[in-house]
Design a protein around this ligand. Sequence first.
Ligand code: FE2
Length: 246
Amino acid sequence: MKLHSIDTHVHLLVSKKQNEPDWVEIKKILDMAYEAGLTAVCVTEHAESAGYRQLMKSLFEDNVYNGQLAEGGVILPSGLMLYPGAEVQLSNGTNVGVHAPLQTLMELNTTAGFYSLDELEDYLQKVGKTFALVAHHIYWEGKTFPDHDRLAEVVSAIEVPAKDSRNSDKYRSLAEKYALPNTGGSDAHTFIQIGACYTQVQQDGEHLSHEAFISSLREGSCMAQVSPAVERLVTTSKLYRKHQMA
Ligand code: FE2
């Protein structure tokens, strides 16, 4: 059995307004992910970002880093696996991670707030059923989903977010209440924060296919891990990002 360590919530664009991906900066993030011991990263870029489709097409169709297009993602020359994903802002402000095949993601409506939770689920059911949704930072102000019973029927997992690690017990308790697994996501926009929280999946094979990863979310065979350095990583990353955007 191999223990796969996957950061299941990663951004590669500096901001939602960025049209052109910064490939030098992105390489830094992906190199650091490998150095940090991660085996895979889910590229859950904001679907409403100006550069979303170009980013996904470049990574997963054009193979901009000359990796190996395989297993529903791309295996970079370092061995790090990338999975396609998206972070979708629902009509009530809640953010969900969408883990689904590239084609499904590319056809998502990219207007923020376009889908309710039910509508997003309907869309994903119609286009193929191979998907898993994850509730992202569900206790953040403005991002909550008060009907936890309904939320738990639709999502496969509850994220323990790096940026709210002090409250990780709340996210773990919510998952436990509904017999759902926790994922760990860094919500990194920089090379510093990558891997601050991550998800572990135990499964045979050098690489976990995207489909097998989605199944592990749906079946609950994954768990969240929080880096001991999480607070330092989040704080340092915030400073770096401020400098980057100035
Ligand atoms: Fe995010």
